[in-house]
Design a protein around this ligand. Structure first.
Ligand SMILES: NC(=O)c1ccc[n+]([C@@H]2O[C@H](COP(=O)([O-])OP(=O)(O)OC[C@H]3O[C@@H](n4cnc5c(N)ncnc54)[C@H](OP(=O)(O)O)[C@@H]3O)[C@@H](O)[C@H]2O)c1
Length: 260
């Protein structure tokens, strides 16, 4: 049976994913910041012995990610699901930005996701399905105003996902991110339009269909895509001569199988 690794697995969408993957017969590594306090997970683990294991890791403390990497060394992970995030970010208006909170949002929502990818890349490479999937947000890709801290941390995550997809494609690993929809969880004060089960089901289909053909995409819950970044301007446009450095870099990208 394939194995999924899910962060933020103790509640909200993460817990919904745990239940869904288990229903579909997967082995689940559920990662929580405080396993002892994860009562629903603990109860589920009792009835799913051998299928569900609970692991500790605080995404704000990279030593705990390293420790988890050491504990899981050699274990194939078919899907690395980066779901856990700092979602209760204070609103920022010009004049009262909380820079400590912003730093924490970047650490957890952006850098820790890269750290997860780096720590578990060999586990994913050793699996049959070879996928990494990260929970982003539409507001990280779209213009409407507000929530600067959360929004920018997810915009940066989108860029991390794009880069990971390019860098890991030669290793056969597909990487993508998605907006889960507006989901009824603690982070939305249960005001969302999707239930956790509905959102998890939509996203699971996207994960099932993720491949090297559609790697590097930002998915909407219905499977459509939003652009992460616009194409970089080609310096040869408008008849200009490309600098040698650009041509050399282009050869490196071509060799790595990256698309421009
Ligand atoms: N719900 C929505 O409408 C919506 C919309 C757009 C994007 N998303 C994204 O979807 C994902 C899940 O959202 P959600 O609504 O389920 O969020 P949520 O209810 O706020 O749950 C967040 C999860 O992340 C964990 N987490 C937070 N900080 C952590 C840390 N430092 N280390 C480890 N785990 C940590 C939480 O654990 P604790 O219980 O220990 O805090 C919790 O399990 C997030 O990436 C979110 O940004 C959600």
């Amino acid at each position: 049976m394939p194995t999924v690794f899910i962060t933020g697995a103790n509640r909200g969408l993460g817990f919904g994913f745990v239940e869904l993957f288990l229903r579909q017969g997967w082995d689940v590594i559920a990662v929580a910041r405080d396993p002892a306090g994860a009562t629903e997970l603990q109860a589920l683990a009792k009835s799913k012995a051998g299928k569900l294991s609970i692991e500790q890791c605080d995404l704000a403390d990279f030593a705990t990610i390293d420790a988890l990497g050491a504990r899981l060394k050699g274990k194939p992970i078919d899907v690395l699901l980066g779901n856990g995030a700092k979602t209760n970010n204070p609103a920022a208006t010009v004049g009262d930005t909380n820079y400590d909170a912003w730093m924490e949002a970047f650490k957890i929502n952006t850098m820790a996701q890269m750290k997860l990818a780096e720590t578990f890349v060999e586990n994913v490479a050793a699996s049959a399905q070879k996928k990494m999937f990260f929970l982003s947000s539409r507001i990280g890709a779209n213009p409407p105003a507000g929530m600067i801290l959360f929004r920018s941390s997810k915009s940066a995550l989108n860029q991390v996902v794009m880069q990971l997809s390019l860098l890991l494609k030669p290793r056969g690993i597909a990487v993508a991110c998605a907006h889960p929809g507006f989901v009824k969880t603690k982070s939305t004060a249960d005001m969302g339009v999707f239930t956790v089960d509905e959102s998890a089901a939509h996203l699971k289909k996207i994960i099932d269909n993720l491949s090297l053909e559609n790697t590097g995409q930002f998915f909407e819950p219905d499977g459509s895509t939003l652009p992460i970044v616009t194409r970089q301007t080609n310096p040869t446009a408008f008849g200009a001569k490309a600098p040698d450095a650009w041509n050399e870099q282009q050869k490196v990208w071509d060799k790595q199988g990256q698309q421009r």
